[in-house]
Design a protein around this ligand. Structure first.
Ligand SMILES: Cc1cc2nc3c(=O)[nH]c(=O)nc-3n(C[C@H](O)[C@H](O)[C@H](O)COP(=O)(O)O)c2cc1C
Length: 190
């Protein structure tokens, strides 16, 4: 798949088929994530891939973030219809059979923490693009961070910070294409 095609056509998927993706495809996606750049090449990230019973238990905890999401949805000006979609998504992560959770350590210096978080974000984007290249859907999610403590306890990583999670699976619905804003880009010295 052409890189620009992947970047422009990757979408956030919120409805999934229950079919389990092949383990080899998931391993390729994870390997792409692990090849992300990282500050001082520290690769200070940890991935947990959940399926089956652990996935179900983890997703049940994620759904506890729904009440906390309400003010966020209101502030974002979402219609009631869109809010219902979001609530439904957070309830079962769209039925995705696999969930990847990315955790990172807590650094003492804010500068180091910034590098760790940006590195984790690069890993996340690699995961999403690789999933797209494997014809798999995904959705970067931080909304569940409202229940970060519960999720970290479940993962057995209470000393870490939960960066984000993503469901992974075959998409069951063509997602909308949220428009991008026109941004003024300053070109200096051209
Ligand atoms: C840091 C970050 C956090 C996000 N958190 C959520 C989330 O909690 N729930 C959700 O449904 N989508 C979440 N998204 C997905 C965005 O809503 C989505 O990327 C945006 O609407 C653009 O749509 P697209 O990814 O299909 O291009 C998140 C995306 C990013 C980058």
């Amino acid at each position: 798949m052409d890189l620009y095609e992947a970047i422009l056509n990757r979408r956030s998927h919120r409805f999934y088929k229950p079919d389990m993706p092949p383990r080899e495809a998931l391993e390729r996606v994870i390997n792409a994530g692990l090849w992300a750049p990282s500050g001082t090449n520290a690769q200070a990230w940890e991935l947990t891939v959940l399926a089956g019973q652990p996935r179900d238990e983890f997703v049940a905890l994620c759904s506890k973030s729904i009440p906390y999401m309400e003010p966020v949805l209101e502030k974002a000006g979402l219609t009631e219809e869109r809010r219902q979609v979001v609530r439904g998504f957070f309830k079962n992560l769209g039925g995705a059979p696999v969930v990847i959770a990315v955790t990172v350590p807590k650094a003492r210096d804010p500068e180091m923490q910034m590098a760790i978080i940006q590195s984790g974000a690069a890993l996340m984007q690699n995961l999403l693009l690789a999933a797209h290249a494997e014809s798999l859907g995904s959705c970067w999610m931080t909304g569940v961070l409202f229940v970060e403590k519960d999720l970290l306890e479940f993962l057995g990583k209470t000393d870490q910070q939960l960066l984000a999670i993503t469901p992974i699976g075959y998409s069951a619905k063509v997602p909308p294409v949220p428009p991008r804003k026109d941004r003024e880009v300053r070109w200096l010295g051209f």
